[in-house]
Design a protein around this ligand. Structure first.
Ligand code: ADP
Ligand code: ASP
Ligand code: MG
Length: 407
């Protein structure tokens, strides 16, 4: 039976932790499993490498940046393999490229196109524990090393689990599962025993960074069961799987995201084709837009607001300035001080009034709503960034998600 285990940055933050992780891996191997391990870079290594890159170059070439960032995972994989040898078992570490993780050529956000895990299966057949560097692959077209976006080791692990037909993909992190809200800002948050792919996808896309959103997409598309667990304890975690038969709670959790900014385009002509021009220009530059709100028309003009990753704000401003004379907008403002709070639950589909209750909880907490968007199983609002934590706690409490309240 093949087990895939992924250890995040905090789980391998120093050599003591690497030793502990090695112990846990050896235990799984001694229990008779074929073990494939995916590792992240140690602690904040990726952040430090990014800072260094920006010290020498404000906009580093994508190819070189990926070459640099993939080094982080090479360090942890080799140290982990050595720690395993010390415990009397054998291990072989592989870069993403060696492990057969084939991606497209989009540096910094590459997508996995194919996995050719021949070297992994050979090493397993020879009795080794296999360790794979997370977050990286190689482009078939350009032959260059690529990275999968921040948090991408989760996706490496799930993709390998799918390719190898593993029974489970265990994601070891610094929390012992998926909670009803980020336990760092909501102390009463409770661990969920199970969550469906559909709900986890919305939670992850709304900012619950415990799993990278692409890993959940991959798991859903390939029927992989994910088990989120703590690398520091042996307690049960959260199982993410298709749970059609399970009775659905109305709400599964609250997520927040403070990585976006809001752009407001003021007084654009209210006529066909304007929104298309604006958003096509942004899409052409690969800028991902999240929420969009267009106001009621006034004097033949209207305001369009949207959110986007904060880091893309300056570039988006440039693009819009370029359209200004042509499209006829009055002004463009970029607001970095916003945050998004989302309520997610599959049971919402059949329960009216969820959004109204959420808005009431926010108003009681004195939080002003700036934008709203919904899907069938999610309600999201944009608020002032300084209100995000209070908003999460107020909504979490109103829906009775807290530990002391019972669900
Ligand atoms: P790793 O380095 O192991 O990949 P991450 O930092 O990416 O770990 O993800 C784990 C973190 O996700 C936790 O420390 C927690 O603060 C945060 N988090 C946000 N929302 C949730 C949630 N709903 N449940 C659990 N953790 C969450
Ligand atoms: N080391 C990478 C990051 O920090 C990938 C990961 O940890 O999943 O984003
Ligand atoms: Mg992560």
């Amino acid at each position: 039976m093949i087990v895939v285990q992924k250890y995040g940055g905090s789980s391998v933050a120093d050599t003591d932790r690497i030793q502990r992780v090695a112990e846990r891996i050896c235990r799984a191997r001694r229990d008779g499993h074929d073990v494939v391990v995916v590792v992240s870079a140690m602690g904040k290594t990726t952040d430090h490498l990014l800072t260094q890159a920006h010290e020498v170059s404000p906009i580093p070439p994508g190819r070189e940046l990926d070459m640099l960032l993939t080094a982080g995972e090479r360090i942890s994989m080799a140290l982990l393999a050595m720690a395993i040898y010390e415990r009397g078992l054998t291990a072989q570490s592989f870069t993403g490229s060696q492990a057969g993780i084939i991606t497209d050529a989009a540096h910094g956000k590459a997508r996995i196109m194919d996995i050719t895990p021949g070297r992994i299966t050979d090493a397993l057949a020879d009795g080794h524990i296999v360790i794979v560097a997370g977050f990286q692959g190689v482009s078939r077209e350009s032959k260059d090393v690529t990275t999968l976006g921040r948090g991408g080791s989760d996706t490496t692990a799930v993709a390998l689990a799918a390719a190898l037909g593993a029974d489970v993909c265990e994601i070891y992190t610094d929390v012992d599962g998926v909670y009803t809200a980020d336990p760092r800002i909501c102390p009463s948050a409770q661990r969920l025993e199970q969550v469906s792919h559909e709900e986890m996808l919305e939670l992850a896309a709304s900012g619950a960074k415990v799993l990278q959103v692409r890993s959940v997409e991959f798991a859903r598309n390939h029927g992989v069961r994910i088990h989120v667990r703590s690398s520091f304890t042996y307690t049960d975690g959260t199982v993410v799987e298709e749970t059609a038969a399970m009775e659905q709670a109305i709400i599964s959790g609250v997520a927040h995201d403070t990585s976006e900014g809001k752009l407001v385009v003021r007084r654009v002509p209210d006529k066909p084709g304007v929104a298309a021009r604006i958003f096509t220009a942004l899409a052409d530059e690969h800028i991902n837009i999240d929420m969009i709100v267009q106001n009621v028309s006034d004097d033949g003009t209207t305001d369009i607001s949207f959110t986007l990753p904060r880091a893309d704000g300056p570039r988006a401003l440039q693009i819009l300035e370029g359209l200004r004379a042509d499209v006829g907008m009055e002004a463009v403002d970029f607001d970095e001080q916003v945050g998004k709070v989302s309520l997610v639950g599959a049971g919402m589909k059949t329960h009216p009034g969820v959004a109204a209750t959420m808005f009431d909880a926010l108003s009681q907490a004195g939080v002003n709503i700036e934008m709203i968007s919904t899907s069938t199983i999610r309600v999201s609002v944009v608020v002032r960034q300084e209100d995000v934590e209070a908003a999460v706690r107020a909504v979490h409490e109103r829906f009775g998600l807290g530990a002391e309240q019972g669900v």
